[in-house]
Design a protein around this ligand. Structure first.
Ligand SMILES: Cc1cc2nc3c(=O)[nH]c(=O)nc-3n(C[C@H](O)[C@H](O)[C@H](O)COP(=O)(O)O)c2cc1C
Length: 324
């Protein structure tokens, strides 16, 4: 059921992908997604060195014999200490099935990935970047809508517009991201031309997600209005949960703060401390609007089973209406 070019390309049962999530998409979560028939991306950004990422890949392989990938998030411009080269070399050497890249043009890495047989899934927030990704040799494009947790780009265009437009224009398969959490939204994505959905926020709120329960409880209680966009002033818009830290960032930006001023609040390592300590007001924590549709913390297996059952019901309901 629901075979697409993406399920064929990745050798998976369901068109359900788990996107990169710094600190959270580690071996436990990624292996659970892949074991349940989806495809998880380990997040290189959670690792301080390529050696650490190699260990995490091996740990994941001990926990699943199913395929999984690696997310390599890049800063918009190459900075000193950038580990992208080392991460790309590692995924090629390790024979990883697919990488999810994001942040800047992956073109310099395409020849190496192709030679090693690693599929390139590039994640973009706008149709013009999707076209570019196809032109430089990506195997698939993940398009994120404005609803998404993390970086929605600077154009504020939601999934309902960016997804059908990208899938109509591109020849390579398109993966939908931003606002998906259940079977009915999966069916809607497929109807709009996607060949899989990629979710972050939904998998963030699962039993296997390695964050303090305080965050999971916050997510269960949160509404779709409980996220906000910050970091527009530094052209790195990010959708995050509303908390003390996000309000501080918004105030600092309105007062003209620079990147250097903001860093002590927005740095990734603050988020890591927050996840561990359970202090939900500490750190800027990525979270999508779809949090308002999440009512329960389930295991990854239950989450995926429920999505696929709900998808079947949605398809049957539509078929019934067609024949009425
Ligand atoms: C907590 C969290 C952390 C994330 N970290 C990353 C990351 O490190 N790299 C990346 O490319 N995307 C990251 N994302 C974005 C997701 O991979 C995905 O594109 C997004 O969550 C999809 O939208 P959704 O949240 O509505 O499902 C993160 C998202 C969340 C919710």
């Amino acid at each position: 059921m629901l075979r697409t070019r993406i399920t064929e390309m990745l050798g998976i049962q369901y068109p359900l992908l788990q996107g990169g999530m710094q600190w959270l998409a580690r071996a436990e979560l990624v292996s659970a997604v892949s074991n349940a028939g989806g495809f998880g991306f380990l997040t290189a950004l959670s690792c301080a060195t390529a050696q650490e990422l190699r260990d995490e890949i091996h740990k994941t392989r001990d926990m699943t014999d199913k395929p999984f990938g690696v997310n390599i998030s890049m800063l918009p411009v190459l900075m000193p200490g950038d580990l992208t080269e080392a991460f790309v070399d590692l995924v090629c050497a390790e024979g990883i099935v697919a990488v999810e890249t994001a942040g800047r043009n992956p073109e310099p890495y395409v020849p190496r990935l192709k030679e090693a047989g690693v599929r390139l899934f590039h994640k973009v927030p706008a149709v013009r970047y999707a076209r570019k990704a196809e032109a430089v040799g990506a195997d698939a494009v993940i398009v994120v809508g404005f609803e998404c947790g993390g970086h929605p780009g600077m154009d504020d265009v939601p999934s309902l517009i960016v997804l059908p437009k990208a899938s109509q224009e591109l020849r390579i398969p398109v993966v939908a991201a931003g606002g998906f959490c259940d079977g009915r939204s999966l069916v809607a994505a497929l109807a709009l031309g996607a060949e899989a959905v990629l979710m972050g926020t939904r998998f963030m709120a699962t039993k296997e997600s390695p964050m303090h329960d305080n965050f999971k409880q916050w997510m269960v209680n949160a509404q779709e209005t409980d996220t906000m966009i910050v970091e527009r002033s530094i052209r790195n818009a990010a959708r995050i949960m509303k908390n003390q830290a996000s309000r501080t960032v918004a105030r600092m930006e309105s007062e003209g703060a620079t990147l250097a001023d903001l860093l002590p609040v927005i740095a990734g390592k603050v988020g890591r401390e927050a996840y561990l300590s359970g202090d939900i007001d500490m750190g800027t924590i990525a979270c999508g609007q779809v949090v308002g549709r999440i009512a329960e913390i389930k295991s990854v297996q239950e989450t995926i089973e429920d999505i696929m059952n709900d998808a079947r019901v949605s398809i049957e309901r539509l078929a019934c209406r067609m024949s009425d």
